[in-house]
Design a protein around this ligand. Structure first.
Ligand code: ZN
Length: 237
């Protein structure tokens, strides 16, 4: 079984009626629903207001892949918890960072991104997400183009270090482009950043988006038998 934890700050859904209508079970609930159709996935959720944000050492030790949705409350995430997640990623836990999670403490710490740096606009532009790498495991079963009728616009320049791979690239009807699916490796951990998922559109109810997340979980999960690695002063014996 692949153990998955979906983390969400759960702020918009609990404070704005119109967002709660779109996500009655929270964004985390919708993501969970999308993932748990896979027979070999076990999915739990955690939110900001849970003790230790629901990300205790025990939870993280039993998580193969962590998904992260945050927007307004990045600074309310305790540094101690960020440190704990960071260590687990370096030790092999997969991390999938969604939408405005680009500005989360954990994404910035892991990638070094100056990641508030991008253009954005909420005018309901159409988004066309083009598949840039049809050989990539995250592309499995997807069409080469995902069209989303209305989304928040993000535009380049997106101030991240060069990703290892660009799996998706978006075009918006306002003319912007954006690297919407980026992979990074840090230590033994694999990280996937995926752009769509603004709270005021029902993005995580879509089958194609759910397929991306399922594929990303399978790609990001740790190796079966992770090799042990020595760092620091080393003598050949
Ligand atoms: Zn947004």
């Amino acid at each position: 079984m692949i153990q998955i934890t979906v983390w969400n700050e759960n702020f918009h859904e609990s404070t704005k009626e119109e967002i709660a209508k779109i996500y009655p079970k929270g964004i985390h609930g919708a993501i969970k629903e999308g993932l748990e159709t896979e027979a070999d996935f076990t999915v739990r959720t955690a939110t900001l207001t849970d003790p230790e944000h629901g990300l205790t050492q025990e939870v993280l030790d039993n998580t193969d892949v962590l998904l992260w949705w945050g927007h307004m409350k990045h600074n309310d995430v305790a540094d101690e918890v960020v440190e704990r997640v960071h260590k687990r990623v370096l030790d092999g836990m997969g991390l999938i960072v969604l939408h405005s999670g680009h500005a989360s403490k954990i994404f910035k710490k892991l990638t070094g991104a100056a990641s508030e740096d991008l253009k954005w606009r909420e005018t309901g532009d159409m988004e066309k997400i083009w598949l840039m790498d049809p050989s990539h495991p995250i592309a499995d079963g997807l069409p080469e183009l995902i069209e989303i009728e209305h989304e928040e616009t993000y535009g380049e320049h997106f101030n991240i270090p060069a990703p290892d791979e660009i799996v998706f690239m978006s075009w918006f009807s306002g003319g912007e482009i954006f690297r919407s699916g980026c992979t990074f490796k840090r230590g033994k951990g694999k990280i996937f950043y995926f752009r769509p998922g603004h709270e005021s559109y029902p993005i995580f109810h879509r089958e194609d988006i759910r397929q991306v997340l399922k594929n990303a979980v399978r790609w990001a999960k740790p190796l079966h038998n992770s090799p042990s690695v020595a760092y620091g002063h080393y003598n050949f014996e």
